[in-house]
Design a protein around this ligand. Structure first.
Ligand code: ADP
Ligand code: TPW
Ligand code: MG
Length: 580
């Protein structure tokens, strides 16, 4: 049914013509463009909008805090290649959503933050309106594009622009400002319907230049120790078959970045995940596919990368300005990953030489050595558990349920889980991304369940969980198949820190000892379980995944087991001056 209004009062006023208004036009425009779900928090001026969108058949998922609704929209964008939609109220709600919008932009996830705003005339004269704020100006530097619609007749164009800006080229966050007055603006229904725009080919293919493809293949052919690095852009691109063809036909070892794990299985014979340091240091030609040379790859230089200037980089990316951002890229291939990788595979032809056997053999040997070293630690069934023992159990869960989605945040809980839990399918690992941000957990878990219909396992540090923990109510309310495991080591990194000043205040990194996070889930009718051994943990997760019921498992982890900042302690400055 069309959402077009047929208000009798308004009809009388407008001489019996059929009318529509801003509310209906926004809903119609979103529906026309295939939006099925909106993540948000209601309030002035968008309460009625949420209701009406729900009535019009859009799924409107109400959160407890906008940041988590925003994170849900962002990861929906990553999973579907369509912009996830987050809806908030003005000023404070908008600001709460803005963190997620900025994070989405940083991670190249397409999303649209739609916020209601207060009256322009009053905001611009700073006369103190209800929730007054110049939201457009604040959003602008934090996202890819920001638009405001002032006239109902421009809603169709405004939404079309927002969709295109979010998904075309390098994806990112878009802000759409909808002032309260716009929602009740009335216009002729027929003209309104004609003003809507169905976006055609929102993310057009970007075909790489043949010369760029040829250049890249020449560099690759000359390599003695080639490496392919797959980033989350490669996962996002959904070019899974082309990427597999490139990797397997070239025989080159590949290294998946965190959210690219599973694009090809971590157990694939060419996967170099367990030989990371070796391949980064010893490779001579590195092909980056949808991965940036940012801090996560030590900016492409320094000790991690072996001798200075010992490598040649080939980079595939849709963003031309990414090239040479940190080091020289000798073979830039600019275009969308599907088109670029397919062109490379075509260019390889039928008799591409196998990757040098001494190199692939060395990588394989290193990988097997590291896997064997880790194996006994994963089988330890002790109480209290250490991270490896607990993760050994979860590793088996994902092996047995490769279509489940793994959400992961924390410090030790994140870094060790990334290394231990093998992934088998694309886009199944969702985590803290480029910023290493805490708080994505429940938003990502909720959207992953809603967008994919698959079971979700969220592996959360106890601190990490706290950032979005209230959304367990949302998980229970929507009855989502989400199993949260809280790795409870009594604090941030470790639970053993002491306040150097003595006194009664605890240290800044510790929490209430032996908290029972499982009882939070019980408060909302979900299942809460407390476990102390890997065996108990495995049984509890299996039961949760079998039942599909919202579950929180409080997993007691040895509070002495973690290390400061997990695996990135090198980035953590520490005072060398000791005060007397
Ligand atoms: P990771 O953190 O996994 O290393 P990054 O977020 O740093 O990955 O890099 C992702 C890259 O992928 C970005 O530079 C982005 O421009 C690029 N990208 C995203 N989608 C596409 C696409 N469809 N085609 C080509 N490049 C893409
Ligand atoms: C938005 C800083 C990085 S990791 C972390 C914090 C607070 C929590 C680590 O403790 P946790 O994990 O989750 O218990 P574990 O297993 O090591 O004990 N605020 C934001 N983002 C970040 N990254 C931080 C603070 C941080
Ligand atoms: Mg912790």
């Amino acid at each position: 049914m069309s959402a077009t209004a047929q208000s009798t009062d308004a009809n009388a006023a407008a001489g019996e013509q059929d009318l529509t208004d801003g509310f209906h036009l926004v809903i119609d425009a979103l529906k026309l463009n295939g939006v099925k779900t909106i993540y948000g928090v209601p309030g002035i001026p968008i309460t009625d909008f949420g209701r009406m969108a729900q009535a019009a058949g859009i799924r409107v998922v109400s959160f407890r805090h906008e940041q988590h609704a925003g994170n849900a929209a962002a990861i929906a964008g990553f999973l579907t290649k369509r912009p996830g939609i987050c809806l908030t109220v003005s000023a404070p709600g908008f600001l709460n959503g803005l963190t997620a919008l900025a994070n989405a932009t940083t991670n190249c996830f397409p999303m649209i933050l739609i916020s209601g705003s207060s009256e322009r005339e009053i905001v611009d004269l700073a006369q103190g309106d209800y929730e007054e704020m110049d939201q457009l100006a604040i959003a602008k530097p934090l996202c890819k594009a920001a638009f405001r619609v002032l006239h109902a007749a421009d809603i169709g164009i405004g939404i079309a622009r927002a969709i295109r800006a979010a998904v075309s080229g390098r994806p990112g966050g878009v802000y759409l400002d909808l002032p309260a007055k716009l929602f009740s603006q009335v216009m002729n229904a027929d003209a309104g319907a004609k003003s809507l725009v169905k976006v055609v080919d929102a993310a057009p293919a970007q075909i790489p230049a043949p010369a760029a493809v040829k250049r890249a293949l020449e560099v690759l052919k000359g390599a003695k120790r080639p490496l392919i690095i797959l980033g989350k852009g490669a996962a996002y691109a959904q070019a899974d078959d082309a990427i597999r063809a490139l990797v397997e036909r070239s025989g080159i070892p590949f290294l998946p970045m965190s959210m690219a794990k599973g694009l090809l299985p971590d157990t694939h014979p060419q996967c170099a995940g367990a030989a990371r340091s070796t391949v980064l240091k010893d490779s001579d030609v590195v092909m980056l596919i949808g991965a940036r040379l940012n801090w996560l790859l030590s900016h492409g230089k320094g000790k991690t990368w072996g001798a200075p200037h010992s490598k040649k980089f080939i980079q595939i990316d849709i963003e031309p300005r990414e090239m040479d951002s940190n080091v020289e890229i000798v073979a830039p291939v600019v275009g969308d990953i599907g088109s670029c990788v397919s062109a490379l595979v075509d260019g390889m032809g039928g008799n591409w030489p196998a990757a040098p056997a001494d190199w692939t053999g060395a990588v394989k040997a290193k990988r097997e050595e590291n896997v064997a070293k880790m194996a006994p630690r994963l089988m330890k069934n002790s109480a209290p558990m250490d991270f490896h023992g607990a993760l050994g159990a979860l590793r088996t869960v994902i092996k047995e349920r490769p279509d489940a989605i793994l959400v992961n945040e924390g410090a030790n809980t994140l870094d060790l889980a990334r290394g231990v839990i093998d992934m088998y399918q694309p886009r199944k690992r969702l985590d803290v991304g480029t910023w290493g941000v805490m708080g994505i957990g429940m938003g990502f878990a909720i959207a992953a369940a809603i967008e994919t219909g698959k079971p979700v396992l969220a592996v959360e540090g106890d601190s990490a969980f706290g950032f979005s923990g209230m959304e367990v109510e949302t998980i229970c309310r929507y009855k989502l198949p989400v199993c949260i495991v809280v790795f409870n080591n009594n604090g941030i990194y470790r639970g053993t820190d002491v306040n150097a000043a003595g006194g009664s205040d605890p240290a800044t990194t510790v929490f209430v000892k032996d908290s029972r996070y499982d009882m939070m889930m019980q408060a909302f009718g979900g299942v809460g379980v407390h476990v102390t051994t890997p065996d108990e943990l495995k049984r509890a997760v299996d039961a949760a995944m079998d039942s599909g019921k919202p579950t929180l498992i409080n997993a007691a982890i040895d509070p002495t087991a973690g290390s400061e900042s997990g695996r990135i302690g090198n980035l953590n400055p520490q005072s060398v001056v000791k005060k007397k």
